[in-house]
Design a protein around this ligand. Sequence first.
Ligand SMILES: [Zn+2]
Length: 182
Amino acid sequence: MSGEALCPGCGVVLPEFDGPTHPYIGASPACWALYGELLAYEYGELGYPECHRLTVDAYAAQHPGKREPRSIRSVATHLSGLYLVLERGFDGPAATALKNRVVEAKPGFKWLNPPATDGALTAQDVLEMRSEMPHCDAVELWARSVWDTWELHHSTVRVWVEDALEKVGQNNLRTPDGLPKA
Ligand SMILES: [Zn+2]
């Protein structure tokens, strides 16, 4: 129980922690515990805020793990969620509903080589920003910084989502501010 360990996903360095982690989300046990703390804060004190799904999408996209069917599906699904909120401007519940439609349409999800996460915010930063700004603002900053690290794959994610929405007849949806789709 001495020393520090680097999280293979987000790169945060935390004191070594002897605990569980997720079977295919690639997080160190200490980072996974921190994520648990973040979720507990959202479920408890904040009463399940509107940005909760964005928290889940950001964390999973930032911890892609190793190439295997479960992680391919997970990373692709959560990147689709980030795209719907950050690029298309849907709010949490609408983005979640559309994300489910995308997955149902079975786009040809494939493994995307994970980017370096240098410079992106982490779940630890979000917890530390609690005193500085509303929680959902911090989550959006975090999610945006994670989405930016995946820039090389943005066009792939866009095609997955837009093709899938077209397939299920949802492609003409407008964003809440009235902008046409990207
Ligand atoms: Zn991490």
